[in-house]
Design a protein around this ligand. Structure first.
Ligand code: NAD
Length: 689
């Protein structure tokens, strides 16, 4: 083989050239790859001994995308467009031989070959939308021409991948081959030559665009179908506009639309936030003093204590990856109810076609119930999810200490309690940590891995890896009330309460937060969670609005009344009754109600969250600011196109954040607005989180 660059090799056998890309780990389209492809093809075109070219990758995958480290830097020659033009316009057939994943620029490269074949495991996708972008190398114009408009809309607005069978069905590949991909590709190239097949440039295809021309309303139908998921995001809409351009304009004009919209997205705040978040998520997996090679403890069997809301969902995560789980409850009735809900959840997933009926049985079969803690003696990981009560949790951990095998990991799913205190109930605090799942635990991606002061490093490492095995996004946090996520949430909820006393109504506060991009506001969240969490009828004395609502049986969605009234479909509407209660509380507090602007609501809800984040960083409760953002995006639905609360603060400018906090500190006297020292320091230095 002859090296074209240090990332691309060329070899020629019996008239068929093989260009091999080798740029580990994922054969990203780095400068050396682009140059290697371009010069390699040019060499093949000028070499009379070459009849056709196979483009193939070494290692575990075809080109899996652009080299994201080149984003934002000066352009490096040759550009991808130039490289792809050389390929598409080549006078000799180029065959892409695909294994692993052909993603983003990788798929766009394959779309500029004249033929594509793949192995059975190959996957294809244009995930740019997930970085707030669109495929900027012709993918928006070529994909609909080869797979059709419907399929292109789905792939480009979701970023979802398709497998080899679907790729074959949609015409994206010509063949799925078995055995050596390289040999099959060379044989395919030979066949193309022998049969004298014409060179197929996707840009020249038109037949798959026609159905969309015949049905121009399909684009708006599609927009409506994805409206909820795409709310607030620019990139899905821009991807759709590119496909509309592919349908309605000549190829080169469509390319110009793609270029213009790509440039706009690339320069905009959403893709900046989404690219930041892409790296943040990967960074969150790292704990600086727990090296990658820290040994892990084996986890083959899991125990869960409590079959309530959380225990059930937590158990499903492990059964989903084939691990046996034993759930312990205090009564047969609670156990039966918990196991029944798990089955119902699986059955409804099966009804949606996401798993099979066999999967339901397999997974339910992996989860067994028990009324005896002793049955957890052989578990490697035990997660406690009983009532949120420190005394009960300590009692459970005391008993576990006598039952669990040496080396078993003992975790608590507490939302806010002191994990060190819980660990002290055992003689092995090094084996104890918090695993804070979010509700619904089988759905929500976030896992706060709560590091106690004695938690062993191998316990942390094992749990960070385990989180990934069960497809969660872990972030390591320290011990404090509410950890990172809920501690920040408390700030926002407190401001919401204060704002309704001063003059806003719940629906106004919630609307501002939802318009900002959050999935729900302060009061919608309270109603969903239940107003009576942590409330007790015995001690309630009508001291807060919440007390009064609970006393009146307005406990939230579950009682069809909370801050809102709910109809039988759980649609909320503002409650005149609650408004009267709020007005009475304002009066009792001696507050002259006033018009509260949307801007004030937004600032007063969000800035104390940023301020609390700064305190959390100062105290070392979070390892890095970006972990706080990961927690808020995955745990609370902060819109990823705004990066997370800390990224949002950076985008506003920390000096402005400090000035606004100080203004509210002055106006309200509320210490929540006293700017945290770290925030002040960074603002003075002109820095950012
Ligand atoms: P839940 O009331 O739905 O379930 C608790 C279950 O634990 C009940 O079924 C109860 O019978 C059982 N139980 C109580 N004592 C037990 C014991 N000694 N042994 C075995 N089982 C026992 O509560 P939940 O919402 O699932 O919350 C459980 C824990 O998870 C709490 O610490 C809570 O703070 C935390 N958490 C809850 C949420 C949420 O949104 N619900 C989110 C994150 C964390």
């Amino acid at each position: 083989m002859a090296a074209i660059t240090d990332m691309v090799d060329l070899s020629i056998e019996n008239g068929i050239a093989v260009l091999t890309i080798d740029n580990p780990p994922v054969n990203a389209l780095s400068q050396g790859v682009r140059q290697g492809i371009k010069e390699g093809i040019e060499q093949c075109l000028s070499d009379d001994a070459v009849e056709a070219v196979v483009l193939i990758c070494a290692g575990r995958t075809f080109i899996a995308g652009a080299d994201i480290t080149e984003f934002g830097g000066p352009p490096k020659e040759p550009g991808l467009h130039e490289t792809l033009d050389t390929m598409e316009n080549a006078a000799k057939p180029i065959i892409a031989a695909i294994h692993g994943t052909a993603l983003g620029g990788g798929l766009e490269t394959a779309l500029c070959c004249h033929f594509r074949i793949c192995d059975g495991g190959a996957r294809f996708g244009l995930p740019e939308v997930n970085l707030g972008l669109l495929p900027g190398a012709g993918g928006t114009q070529r994909l609909p021409r080869i797979v059709g408009v419907d399929q292109a809309l789905v792939m480009m607005t979701s970023g979802a991948q398709i497998g080899s069978a679907e790729a074959l069905q949609h015409g994206l590949v010509a063949e799925i081959v078995e055995g050596s991909l390289r040999e099959a590709a060379v044989a395919f190239a030979r066949k193309v030559m022998d049969e004298g097949r014409p060179l197929l440039r996707i840009r020249d295809l038109d037949d798959k665009l026609q159905p969309a021309r015949d049905n121009p309303g399909m684009f708006d139908d599609f927009r409506r179908a994805i409206a909820r998921k795409a709310r607030g995001f620019l990139a899905p809409e821009y991807n759709i506009r590119c496909i509309e351009a592919a349908v309605n304009l000549p190829f080169d004009e469509g390319m110009a639309v793609e270029r213009e919209l790509f440039t706009e997205l690339m320069a905009g705040p959403q893709s900046t936030a989404q690219q930041y978040f892409f790296f943040s998520e990967r960074e969150a997996a790292k704990i600086p003093d727990v090296p990658r090679d820290t040994p892990e403890r084996p986890v083959g069997k899991v125990g869960v204590i409590g079959a309530g809301t959380m225990g059930g969902g937590i158990s499903m995560n492990f059964a989903n990856i084939g691990l046996p789980v034993t759930i312990v409850e205090t009564s047969q009735e609670a156990l039966d109810r918990g196991l029944g809900i798990i089955r119902k959840n699986y059955e409804s997933t099966a009804a949606k076609g996401r798993i099979t009926a066999d999967d339901v049985e397999t997974r339910c079969g992996l989860i067994s119930g028990s009324l005896a803690l002793d049955d957890l003696a052989d578990c490697d990981l035990i997660i406690e999810a009983v009532f949120e009560n420190l005394e009960i949790k300590k009692e459970v951990f005391g008993k576990l200490d006598a039952i669990a095998r040496p080396g078993a990991i003992l975790a608590s799913n507490t939302s806010a309690l002191d994990v060190n205190e819980i660990a002290s109930a055992t003689a092995r605090p090094g084996d104890v940590l918090g695993l804070h799942f979010f509700s619904p635990a089988n759905v929500m991606k976030l896992l706060e891995v709560v590091r106690g002061e004695a938690t062993e490093k191998d316990v942390l490492k094992t749990c960070m890896s385990m989180a990934k095995r069960i497809r969660k996004v872990p972030a390591c946090v320290g011990v404090c009330p509410g950890f990172v996520g809920n501690r920040i949430l408390f700030q926002r909820q407190a401001q919401g309460q204060q704002l309704i006393l001063e003059g806003a109504m719940p629906h106004q506060v919630d609307k501002v937060l939802v318009d900002f991009g959050l999935p729900m506001g302060v009061f919608q969240m309270s109603d969903l969670a239940g107003l009576d969490i942590g409330w007790s009828a015995e001690t309630s004395n009508s001291e807060t609005i919440r007390d009064v609502l609970c006393e009146q049986g307005r406990r939230g969605q579950k009682t069809a009344a909370g801050y809102y009234d709910y109809d039988e479909k759980r649609n909320p509407s503002p409650s005149p009754e609650v408004e009267q209660i709020i007005l009475a509380f304002s009066e009792k507090a001696g507050l002259q109600r006033r018009e509260v602007s949307d801007e004030e609501i937004l600032e007063r809800c969000l800035y104390p969250m940023i301020n609390e984040g700064a305190k959390i960083l100062e105290e070392g409760i979070a390892i890095r600011a970006s972990d706080i953002d990961v927690i808020w995006v995955y745990g609370y639905g902060w819109p990823v196109y705004r990066g997370g609360p800390m990224h949002y603060a950076n985008s506003i400018g920390l000096d402005k954040v400090v000035a606004t906090l100080s203004r509210y500190r002055e106006a309200t006297g509320d210490s929540a607005f006293e700017p945290a020292p770290l925030l002040v320091k960074l603002a003075e230095e002109g820095g950012s989180f």
